[in-house]
Design a protein around this ligand. Structure first.
Ligand SMILES: N[C@@H](CCC[C@H](N)C(=O)O)C(=O)O
Length: 278
């Protein structure tokens, strides 16, 4: 029987089980990830985050991200902020700026004095083939057939893939209906996170995201980055942009094509615990 110490954290209600695999010798199967993520039989979370020793010189840690469905993915924005608070609170690092490698490159969370965390999320990828999105056009806005209707999406990778559409009102947007269809759309061969963006004014938007491998979450950090990139490319908003999600607000700043996206928001520890893995 394997004992596992963990922390339960959240960023705007996007919740995580955090595991220290620096001091614990732990390797989880997809079944164990699904069990931990299960809200009835396990701890419950949208994503499970595993902190490991770095594999690259000059980098502090590696962190791995698993969706509630057990699949490992490339990037997680709210998770990156929680990762930074976790390693600080757990005494794994006393640095306020931490270089961490993910499946899709190195990101740099910074613990702010006010308790928020700012993360350099890297340069967004816009070339369709690299998102990956199947298209013979490089246009920022592209039609996508979704269950008999055509929606206008912007495909953006923040390390992980996003399809962002603009809606009149997020409260009435067809998130539950279209979300699963977009997630599994054949033009997104790695599946995709489906974002629904409402522009309030030049510096304020509202956002809902149906996440790949987790369903709709209360907030999605990379989704907020992708939505602001899409909004700026479409000429609808200007940096910085406050993104209101169902779980709270993030601030996203982006200087344009070829520059990194900066994300600022909270990271909260809810409780710590120990369990026996099945
Ligand atoms: N909630 C995350 C994103 C987690 C990964 C995503 N579901 C995917 O499959 O790409 C965030 O805050 O960015």
């Amino acid at each position: 029987m394997t004992k596992l110490a963990f922390s339960k954290m959240h960023g705007l209600g996007n919740d995580f089980v955090m595991i220290d695999a620096v001091r614990q010798d732990i390797r989880l199967s997809a079944d164990q990830v699904r069990w931990l993520a299960d809200r009835h039989f396990g701890v419950g979370c949208d994503q499970l985050l595993v902190v490991e020793p770095a594999q690259t010189p000059g980098v502090d840690f590696r962190y791995r991200i698993f969706n509630a469905d057990g699949g490992e993915v490339e990037q997680c924005g709210n998770g990156a902020r929680c990762f930074a608070r976790f390693v600080f609170e757990q005494g794994l690092s006393d640095k306020r700026e931490i270089r961490v490698e993910t499946q899709k490159g190195i990101i740099t969370p910074h613990l702010e004095d006010d308790g928020n965390v700012t993360v350099d999320m890297g340069v967004p990828v816009l070339k369709p083939a690299d998102v990956p999105f199947v298209s013979d056009s490089d246009a920022w806005v592209q039609p996508l057939d979704v269950a008999g209707t055509t929606v206008a999406i912007t495909a953006v990778s923040m390390g992980n893939p996003h399809a962002v559409q603009v809606v009149a009102d997020v409260d009435t947007a067809p998130v539950a209906e279209q979300g699963p269809q977009i997630e599994h759309h054949p033009r997104f061969p790695a599946r995709v996170n489906a974002g629904f963006l409402q522009v309030v004014d030049e510096h304020n938007v509202r956002l809902r995201v149906f996440e790949r491998g987790a369903g709709e979450t209360l907030a999605c950090g990379t989704g907020a980055c992708a939505a602001v990139v899409a909004g700026i490319l479409r000429g609808l908003v200007a940096s910085p942009v406050r993104v209101a999600t169902r779980g709270g607000e993030l601030t996203i700043a982006w200087g344009g094509v070829g520059t990194p996206v900066m994300m600022t928001g909270p990271a909260v520890t809810v409780f710590t615990g120990e369990l026996t893995l099945p």
